[in-house]
Design a protein around this ligand. Structure first.
Ligand SMILES: Cc1ncc(COP(=O)(O)O)c(C=O)c1O
Length: 242
């Protein structure tokens, strides 16, 4: 598909060719699966490709704790040891710091919440897929997410594209429907990365996406009428636009 097709978060990118290239050049692959708990590529879940997979359990994620949390997956013992060290002050044992580390352990309370919620993840993801399918069948006027074959999406977000994105977002807001932009400023234009010397125009696809993407409400507990209501509002918006 063209890179201009609607962004589809919460799914695996085209991992096959990337893993092949990494293998050829002996590169480590670190997968950011922060928004894709349970998504699959072929028969495997994301986070299990490459040498390291990372997840966020921030409360809004498909598998969210009641506070901040995260997880690193690896089957490499050396990396596992290093990660354990780094998230515990860089200490090899009590009071002996051998690396500059962090205080970023997953606390027991969050782990207990996640252990229970994990049982529901597949069910919740299936419901998200159901609402995404319904949106895609009802929506008119906006570009809906493209579903690549051989991958299962978990729709952390349901992102559409519209040339009239700002007006559409304002219209939905007026009608009491929260629709958010993920994200309005691409990385290369963030103040934090100005030292890299990129300018507007350097990444035209990212820049166009930042202008056009809109995340519509999606969550497992949504009801059919709510999805239809949002789709209906969007249809009305385009009728009034013309
Ligand atoms: C793709 C991606 N990577 C990394 C992060 C950072 O996650 P956390 O806030 O748990 O550190 C996020 C959070 O939204 C994310 O969406």
């Amino acid at each position: 598909p063209s890179p201009h097709r609607a962004l589809c978060r919460s799914r695996a990118s085209d991992l096959g060719p990337m893993l092949g290239r990494a293998d050829r050049y002996r590169l480590l692959v670190i997968g950011d699966a922060f928004q894709a708990h349970g998504a699959t590529y072929g028969s495997k879940r994301v986070g299990t490709f490459g040498q390291v997979g990372c997840f966020s359990f921030y409360p809004t994620k498909n598998l969210g704790a009641y506070g901040d949390g995260g997880m690193v997956l690896t089957d490499n013992l050396e990396i596992a040891e290093r990660v354990r060290l780094l998230c515990n002050y860089g200490q090899s044992d009590r009071y002996h710091a051998v690396a500059e580390g962090l205080n970023s352990r997953l606390d027991e309370l969050q782990a207990a919440v996640l252990r229970v919620k994990l049982r529901y993840l597949d069910r919740w993801n299936a419901l998200r897929r159901q609402w995404a399918d319904l949106y895609s069948s009802l929506l008119e006027g906006v570009e809906v997410p493209f579903l690549a074959s051989g991958r299962e999406h978990i729709f952390h977000l349901y992102v559409v594209k519209s040339k009239a994105r700002n007006r559409l977002a304002a219209y939905l807001e007026e009608q009491g429907v929260p629709a958010l932009v993920h994200y309005p400023i691409p990385v290369h234009l963030q103040v934090a990365y100005q030292h890299l010397g990129y300018r507007e125009g350097d990444f035209p696809v990212s820049e166009a996406c930042a202008q056009e993407v809109l995340s519509l409400p999606i969550f497992p507990e949504m009801r059919e009428e709510e999805v239809a209501y949002v789709a209906d509002l969007i249809r009305k918006f385009y009728q009034e636009e013309i």
